[in-house]
Write a protein that binds this ligand. Structure first.
Ligand code: E4P
Length: 213
């Protein structure tokens, strides 16, 4: 499973990219708004930092406006794919963008049925929001599992991005289920690195060495 970073924060992305474990970036309007920087400028900087898929979300909700926005976002950098929320207009947009050879990430997916339609429309990626389902007492990982199973049943090549990750075990379980990608906030990437036995082990090795020499 590949790891993307779910962030629009330039510093976080730079630091995570330096670890060598990040294969792509997902952003969304809320993440961009948090940074209070120009949207296009931010996407341009991110595209220069990570050599992999960068998801940029449309703000419009109707077919024609989403298409125009998609063309304009895609012009920023060839690695940018267009994040389109699932809806009837969204599926039309994904279908047309696929016809034009523009990659898409169908977002705000909360059911296997939505994910099946996204794939049939030709989405490059689909993003089930695991954490937001858990937040309302649904089983986000069960939905992720259904999507991966259905895609495998029919050799669907849309890639599944496990999104809305809330803690390290969401990442591990997403990998166990067989998601292609997990998009992970910076804080959780850092939590994944840590283990108390590793810290204690490093301390003990140093103590032993220093005691002897
Ligand atoms: C996915 O691409 C989204 O940006 C993200 O994972 C949403 O997560 P949230 O539920 O923490 O906002």
């Amino acid at each position: 499973m590949q790891i993307f970073i779910d962030s629009a924060n330039i510093e976080e992305i730079r630091e995570a990219a330096a670890l060598g474990v990040i294969a792509g970036v997902t952003t969304n309007p809320s993440l961009i708004a948090k940074e209070k920087r120009d949207y296009r400028e931010t996407l341009g900087i991110i595209s220069g930092m990570v050599d992999g898929p960068i998801s940029a979300e449309v703000l419009s909700t109707d077919f024609k406006a989403m298409l125009d926005e998609a063309q304009s976002l895609q012009a920023i950098h060839p690695n940018i794919n267009i994040k389109v929320p699932i809806s009837a207009e969204g599926l039309r947009t994904i279908t047309e963008l696929a016809r034009r050879g523009i990659k898409t990430n169908c977002t705000l997916v909360f059911s296997a049925g939505q994910a099946l339609l996204a794939a049939r429309a030709g989405a490059t990626f689909v993003s089930p929001f695991v954490g937001r389902l858990d937040d309302i007492s649904n089983d986000g990982l069960a939905v992720l599992n259904d999507i991966v199973t259905i895609y495998n049943n029919y050799a669907i090549d849309t890639q599944v991005i496990s999104a809305s990750i809330r803690h390290p075990m969401h990442v591990v379980e997403s990998a166990r289920i067989g998601a292609d990608i997990a998009t992970v906030p910076y804080k959780i990437i850092m939590q994944l690195i840590q283990h108390p036995l590793t810290e204690r082990g490093i301390e003990k090795f140093l103590q032993d060495y220093q005691a002897a020499f």
